[in-house]
Design a protein around this ligand. Structure first.
Ligand SMILES: Cc1cc2nc3c(=O)[nH]c(=O)nc-3n(C[C@H](O)[C@H](O)[C@H](O)COP(=O)(O)O)c2cc1C
Length: 222
């Protein structure tokens, strides 16, 4: 499973246009069971929703050119400390899991119709939605910073650290900011993200990618 998720990190790119065909029963069922596992493990309220009405905002449809989005994860949780990072971490898992199963994804924190989505999942804090479906294309790799711009290691960096940083650079971040810094010493790694409205979510996503790339067994978070 880890190998397939690592492969999915390389293949995943944002896709904003979907062909509009519904998820198959098999696709729905595997995504729902993953959502259930993550909700249970991290005490979250993520939902996989299908709606006839598009959840995109006007901006999402026009400026971002989004189309064909009728199935999506709503990333929701109780409003508590650290929920953004937790939802970022779990959302990243769902993007890669969807990719592994032949689907494409589009993470949205801004360009969805919040009022409409809040009406579907009430009483929880909604930090993002992630469209999941059959993309018209597979997307393209994002423009990326270099490892030395986002990381440093005291002494000679071991292979697992370099692999983790490479994986972190593949992570989707809001506005493709990649505003993270990863530092390593011995087997301890620390991750910081430049403060901003999406920094909690982005931190969770980057953390998830670093763990997959580096191998959780090789290090500890500071
Ligand atoms: C937390 C978060 C919020 C995002 N919000 C939006 C959004 O509101 N609208 C949009 O078109 N893309 C959004 N994106 C997609 C990013 O622009 C995209 O992930 C980034 O440019 C990197 O490209 P990639 O996903 O192809 O690697 C968001 C991504 C993340 C991680």
């Amino acid at each position: 499973m880890t190998e397939q998720m690592r492969q999915a990190m390389k293949e995943r790119h944002t896709v904003r246009q979907f062909d509009g065909t519904p998820l198959t029963d098999a696709e729905k069922s595997i995504l729902r069971s993953r959502v259930d596992e993550l909700n249970k493990q991290y005490d979250l309220s993520i939902a996989l929703i299908e709606s006839e009405k598009s959840p995109l905002s006007f901006l999402g449809k026009t400026l971002m050119g989004g189309a064909g989005v009728y199935s999506y994860f709503v990333l929701a949780a109780d409003d508590r400390d650290g929920e953004d990072e937790m939802l970022g971490y779990a959302g990243s898992d769902l993007c890669l899991y969807a990719q592994m199963n032949g689907l494409n994804t589009w993470w949205m924190a801004g360009t969805f119709n919040r009022r409409f989505v809040e009406g579907l999942v009430s009483g929880k804090k909604i930090v993002s939605i992630i469209a999941a479906g059959h993309g018209k294309t597979q997307g393209v790799p994002h423009k990326s910073k270099r490892p030395d711009q986002v990381s440093s290691y005291e002494g000679e960096a071991p292979e697992w650290f370099n692999n983790g940083v490479q994986a972190a650079l593949l992570a989707p971040t809001a506005l493709n900011m990649q505003a993270f810094t990863i530092t390593g010493k011995g087997n301890t790694v620390s991750l910081t993200y430049k403060s901003g409205p999406m920094s909690g979510i982005d931190k969770g996503i980057v953390k998830h990618h670093f763990e997959l790339g580096a191998g959780k067994e090789n290090f500890e978070w500071a």
